[in-house]
Design a protein around this ligand. Structure first.
Ligand SMILES: Nc1ncnc2c1ncn2[C@@H]1O[C@H](COP(=O)(O)OP(=O)(O)OP(=O)(O)O)[C@@H](O)[C@H]1O
Length: 563
């Protein structure tokens, strides 16, 4: 029997007569034990071999496509992924030894370079197809939502236009921002020197051409800016307009189409393919596009122009809570206790939204007083989702091999790579202690605020609770409100994550504290010019809580716990 006939018979395709002798039309003697090529074999070979090859090619293409679709889930800074069933997004892999390095400048931990992981994102990050796709991929890969948009062609069209424009405009000379900018301490103008001057790109409005109308499906519509437009908005990233500096890059004051903005420019060096900052950029854009809450920093848009990456936010004129508490200009009033607890309440609401109202939930992972920004009315918004982590499994827990975060704010279990929303609760407790005491999270080389507070919360009695309050507000902090605030912080910073309250319950606790402060100060008038949110607007009538005699914050939180 011929080899083809045997193979087909084995595959049940027919063509052989079943007795093992092959076809009658042998051109040669069919006897003997050797292989003989027949006319039928030739015909069958001519038909089925090419057919088989076509089937194999189609199968390979289909499998590759499936893999790519799976690898394009939402990306997490430093995330390590494995394939998961389509639509479920990436799941973190088992933990390995945490590898991280400390950035002295930003006081933050970042993953060490050169720790490649065999992951699906790796293939995205390191693929160098030379087709200009580095410009395209980051946006296409932002999220599952981004993938859907890609399929619909919405983002695809925008990116195509962007790529065309980039090739027409050629390389934009970014200019190098003066490295000797004054850093975090810079004051900056509160109105643009030439706010009415159109930006170079604004004669062709980026909004008109690049608006991704409805693309994100959640009402947040990020705008795509050219690097040239951002150069125009920030006087070519002038050092005199430097607002601040973080682990991600520098933040500049700017004016875009008449609106005052903060432009966060990714350091050129970290915008190179495969570097941490690039991933962080994608995560931040992804997060910002999906999330919308009055106490989360609004996301205006971004720039992904060749190797330049930048994010555009509304300007928060009172900058960060950290600065307001710890680096206040001499002429600026200290925050009073009502303002402090209002800020805590608003930040708690933002975290509760991330944990409970977003699907899948989001863990901020780097909540600290630098990431709480204050607007003109001292209303707080939570910022910096570059380190956020999407929770992808049902338990609400995940493990990470890479650590990000800020010294003094990281929960003990987080240092072992254990990531849950309770990490944020711990960090929130630290910020609450900062607000109460006016002390920094890291007080000295050997003492952090949690250790310091232990003395007041029972472990190491060192004085009356009143002494724990910032001396600038000691007189105005009602004793009961202060006690409850300290109790609330103590609940949040417990070593055992499961014992910490949920952020929604923390927000309820802060409502009680605000009520107590307002009871004591019924004619509360905020210091000008920073008028806080009207206290009444914080609580709806149904939110008013009736306190029993001997109210205890700990018991109150316990009563809110879900069974
Ligand atoms: N939208 C904004 N409006 C006003 N100031 C801002 C705005 N965004 C950032 N800043 C200022 O710039 C500083 C640096 O911000 P950035 O988010 O880059 O870093 P960070 O949060 O301080 O640190 P990291 O990114 O390392 O966590 C902030 O501390 C804040 O003072």
């Amino acid at each position: 029997m011929s080899p083809v006939g045997a193979a087909l018979m084995a595959a049940g395709v027919g063509g052989a007569n079943g007795n093992g002798n092959g076809n009658a039309s042998c051109v040669e003697n069919c006897g003997g034990g050797g292989f003989h090529w027949t006319t039928t074999d030739t015909i069958v070979t001519a038909i089925f071999v090419p057919l088989g090859i076509v089937v194999l090619v189609i199968l390979a293409w289909y499998l590759k496509r499936q893999c790519m679709a799976r690898s394009r889930g939402p990306l997490i800074a430093g995330g390590v992924y494995k394939s998961t069933p389509a639509g479920s997004g990436p799941a973190p892999m088992d933990p390995a030894k945490p590898e991280y390095t400390f950035d002295a400048k930003g006081g933050s931990y970042y993953p060490m370079a050169g720790t490649p992981s065999q992951t699906s994102t790796e293939s995205i990050d390191n693929k160098s197809d030379g087709s200009g796709s580095r410009l395209l991929k980051p946006v296409a890969d932002f999220s599952n939502g981004g993938m859907a948009m890609w399929r619909q062609g919405t983002i695809g069209e925008v990116l195509k236009r962007n790529a065309e424009r980039a090739s027409v405009e050629g390389s934009v000379d970014a200019g190098t921002p003066n490295g000797n900018g004054a850093g975090n301490g810079n004051d900056y103008p509160l109105s643009s020197p030439d706010a009415d001057t159109p930006t170079p790109g604004s004669q062709r409005s980026s909004r008109d051409r690049f608006r991704l109308d409805g693309a994100t499906g959640n009402g947040n519509v990020p705008l795509l800016f050219t690097f040239k437009e951002l150069q125009g908005a920030t006087q070519n990233f002038s050092p005199t307009l430097l607002i601040g500096e973080g682990g991600f890059g520098r933040v500049y004051y700017g004016v875009l189409e008449g609106r005052e903005v903060a432009v966060k420019r990714l350091e050129k060096v970290t915008a190179q393919p495969g570097k941490h900052g690039e991933k962080q950029f994608r995560v931040e854009v992804d997060m910002m596009s999906r999330l919308k809450h009055p106490n989360l920093l609004e996301f205006i848009g971004y720039c992904a122009d060749r190797y330049e990456r930048a994010l555009v936010y509304p300007l928060m004129v009172n900058q960060s809570l950290f600065r307001r508490l710890h680096e206040r200009n001499p002429g600026t009033a200290a925050l009073d206790c009502h303002q402090r607890m209002t800020i805590a309440y608003q930040a708690a609401r933002a975290l509760a939204y991330l944990h409970d109202e977003v699907s899948p939930p989001v863990i901020h992972r780097d909540f600290n007083s630098s990431n709480v920004l204050l607007d003109a009315k001292l209303d707080a918004v939570v910022s910096d989702f570059g380190l956020a982590k999407l929770v992808s499994d049902d338990s609400g827990q995940s493990q990470t091999t890479k650590l990000f975060g800020t010294m003094g704010y990281m929960a003990p279990e987080y240092l072992h790579g254990h990531v849950t929303d309770k990490n944020d609760v711990y960090s929130f407790g630290v910020v609450l202690l900062e607000l109460i005491s006016g002390r920094r999270a890291v007080i000295s080389k050997d003492l952090d605020i949690v250790q310091w507070a232990a003395g007041y919360t029972g472990e190491r009695p060192i004085g009356p609770l009143a002494r724990m309050a910032d001396p600038q507000i000691q007189d105005q902090f009602p004793a009961d409100a202060l006690q409850w605030a300290v109790e609330l912080a103590a609940e949040c910073i417990q070593a055992e994550p499961r014992r910490r309250p949920r952020m929604a319950d923390v927000a309820r606790g802060l409502e009680v504290i605000l009520q107590a402060i307002r009871r004591q100060q019924p004619t509360y008038v905020a210091p000008t010019p920073n008028t806080p949110t009207s206290p009444a607007s914080l609580l709806t009538p149904t939110d008013v809580i009736t306190l029993p005699a001997g109210f205890s914050m700990t018991r109150f939180l316990g009563s809110l716990k879900k069974p």
